[in-house]
Design a protein around this ligand. Structure first.
Ligand code: COA
Length: 165
């Protein structure tokens, strides 16, 4: 019998899950690099979890949101939403990733949609930009327009943006 997964969204609030979250989110930093998440990356995720634990999570200069997609208890997808420092009136999405075994089931799209709804709920931003160090082909496949490429910390990042409905 084929098992149908119980997939659901959660706001990540558990510090004990930093390593599990990081292992999935790291896929968005360059799959196949073979390297483990850096201490800087882990510290960044800790900041998101701290914010998620605050009673009133708002996407502001000091905070952000981290969503995970889980199947039973296992983290199978991630997305982060935070303030964007490069575009006017826009929240930034980072670390959109789905583990390989669960790809092709529209979960990436669901994560994006969920993040858009969360940005609308928790902030006054009118736009969302997704940023990636990868090719951006996924955003292009979803017809989200490329709005710029910037060099940040010595790394080229492509930005894709859309207005929040
Ligand atoms: C990109 C990613 C999140 C998509 O997750 P997913 O749940 O498989 O996505 P969906 O099911 O919503 O969409 C799948 C479709 O996107 C396409 N797609 C997936 N990754 C793609 C990529 N890198 N370039 C172009 N198209 C891509 C698939 O071919 C598929 O197309 P189809 O529906 O015509 O068959 C997942 O492949 C992933 O984690 N990749 C590694 C990290 C990454 O690239 N993050 C995104 C940074 S922009």
């Amino acid at each position: 019998m084929i098992k149908i997964p119980e997939i659901k969204f959660e706001l990540l609030i558990d510090h004990a899950r930093i390593d599990e979250f990081a292992a999935v989110a790291w896929l968005a930093q360059g799959e196949g690099s073979g390297l483990a998440p850096t201490p800087k990356f882990l510290a960044e995720i800790k900041r998101y979890i701290d914010n998620a634990n605050s009673p009133d999570p708002k996407i502001t200069r000091a905070s952000g949101l981290a969503f995970v997609l889980t199947d039973e208890d296992k983290i199978i997808g991630t997305i982060l939403a935070d303030e964007d420092r490069h575009f006017d009136n826009a929240a930034q999405l980072n670390d959109l990733a789905v583990v390989p075994e669960y790809r092709g089931r529209f979960l990436g799209r669901k994560l994006l949609r969920h993040a858009f709804v969360a940005v609308k709920k928790y902030s006054d931003y009118e736009y969302v930009v997704g940023s990636t160090v990868l090719s951006g082909a996924y955003y292009e496949a979803l017809k989200i327009p490329h709005v710029g490429t910037l060099e940040i910390d010595g790394c080229k990042r492509r930005f894709y943006g859309a207005k929040i409905d």
